[in-house]
Ligand binder design. Sequence first.
Ligand SMILES: Cc1cc2nc3c(=O)[nH]c(=O)nc-3n(C[C@H](O)[C@H](O)[C@H](O)COP(=O)(O)O)c2cc1C
Length: 300
Amino acid sequence: MSEQSSAGVNAGDSARITREYFDSLLVELRTIDSVKASTEMELWGETFATPVMVAALSGLNKTRPGGMVDTARGAAAAGAVMWTGIGSEAELEALIATGAKTVKIIKPYADRDLIFRKLEHAEKSGVIAVGMDTDYVFGGKNKRGFAMEYPVSPKTLDDIRSFVRATKLPFILKGILSEQDARKALEVGAGGIVVSHHGGVLDYAVPPLKILPRIVKVIDKKIPVFVDCGITRGMDAFKALALGATAVSVGRAVIAGLSSGGADGVQEVLEDITGELQWAMSLTGSCDTTHIDPEVIWRR
Ligand SMILES: Cc1cc2nc3c(=O)[nH]c(=O)nc-3n(C[C@H](O)[C@H](O)[C@H](O)COP(=O)(O)O)c2cc1C
């Protein structure tokens, strides 16, 4: 439900505002004494080739038959973390069977027992983390109150604490876009957060990178801070990491790769983004993903 001008343009389009913010950030060069950067990322005791991950995606069998499994194959081949959202238990098992290290994001279903069952199944299946997209507690922008056919409902801090306690795995809160929610995430013992507006669940949403430095300050390195929304190239990923993100997730750009090239297409998108990220890191004196000086970023 968006307000369109007579020209058909939605001035509050969060995807466009987010893109404009990425493009307003410029990068200085630091080449003397620089080294070829490593893009490796340590996360929860494992090493990944890249901090560029597949976003929590779902329903990709509509993009291409076998699209969910192909996406996981592409992620595994790129040495990237695979995230997934709403989907069946059988589908989650098939994703994990590809060898992709997978994070399962569970919807904020109104039925709490369903949440606990999904948590238990995900943990038993061998995911590396679980979580919830808390920006979906009122449903989608165009289908309010529901995620697919399932009713969703708002969650209190106590509800979330009970989910965190129900699993031994890190529990991620996806859709954090305020310092207030970041503080609450720490308070309940979340294992990480995703700074995100879910691709525009709300018009005029603050661009994740604009609020990221403040959230990073609140989190103070206690848990990983992931970012998604609008990341399509290595420079976007670089800016996010420079501003304090642990890693980034890519949704629609990965879907474009899947659509044109299946698992290979997914791998290629992840590797292209990682390649440009490495180039930017190397040219800014950033030896690895944990050593990027935020001062290399300038506002246009
Ligand atoms: C087809 C599709 C399915 C998605 N399904 C989910 C989901 O089930 N759970 C979730 O948390 N986010 C879901 N998302 C949101 C993504 O995880 C991500 O937040 C969003 O797409 C923004 O990233 P992007 O701009 O790189 O696409 C979905 C996005 C797309 C495009």
